[in-house]
Design a protein around this ligand. Sequence first.
Ligand SMILES: O=C(O)CCC(=O)C(=O)O
Length: 341
Amino acid sequence: MSSFFGELGQVSEFECHDRADFSNDVLKSNTPMVLRGFARQWPAVSIAERSDADFHQYLRSQALETEVIVFSYNENNNGNLAYTKDLSAYAFQSSKVPFTTALDDIFSARNNDSSKHYCGSVPVSGCLSEFKKDHAVSFLDSTIEPRIWLGNASKVSAHYDVSDNIACVVSGSRKFTLIPPDQISNLYVGPIDFNLAGRPASLVDLDQPDLKKYPRIKEALSVGLQTQLYPGDAIFIPTLWWHQVESIGDFNCLVNYWWSKTNNNASEAYEALIHGLLTISGMPEAQRMQWRSFYDHYVFRLNGDPAEHIPEHKRGVLGNRTPEINKKIKQFLFRSMSSKH
Ligand SMILES: O=C(O)CCC(=O)C(=O)O
């Protein structure tokens, strides 16, 4: 697929026949994978293929009065859901409206010059009464809550999530540009605490990068991958892979599933990072590097098991992880952090 300065690699495609294929070849791969036709049998995909009006009516007939956040924008900035150029604000307005209003506004903004809308990451059970039961994915744990993303044409800046993700296109088409996690320093990531949807995002439009302002983006794009998905197609995006998502139709819908491979709450790793910002990032370099050795040893385990030489029954928090040990660590953290305000 051509981009601003050449061809990006294509995301590999995989045909998934059963749960074993899915677990062994997709989820364990730790690289993005396209699953063409993964949701081909979904009723919503067939209805959306008939017409936008039928699809709107289908969603409307089971819509609940939940409040959702909607981003509204005009087409001057090509639907880029990003910051303004000077980073002082967002290039869209955000408002809280009933889900039915969001749905109707998105539907009626198709093919006209009015302002466009986007509403993402809404838990399906909270906004559609029948959808989850009619669209079970047998390969995934049924406790994983699907989320729905609806909107007119838009482009979401490259960002990452702390969970693995299977995202299925229901209507319209979506172009995904993916960059591996280790490219973080070449992505010119925006503010952590002033961000578009909970996580920091790249300031660079990966389709039209400003190479003068962001020269290192070339490095990131040289290992970037792209793909375009159509109704019924899905993509597996592993944890922490950066993804820019362009919705290309007038009435787009995606449904995704996020879950964590480990039993730990994935967002706690992110919280640990923020705690590291507070505690370590401001130290003089020499001291930071000393801490780095400790983190490499205990956390990243670059030297192997840090408790190998300790008798098993005395390994404590370095021993096998059990719910009791996890609780003990959390209690320690909670006590020590609350005593320091
Ligand atoms: O499809 C979109 O608009 C964004 C989806 C996304 O970022 C995700 O599934 O993590």
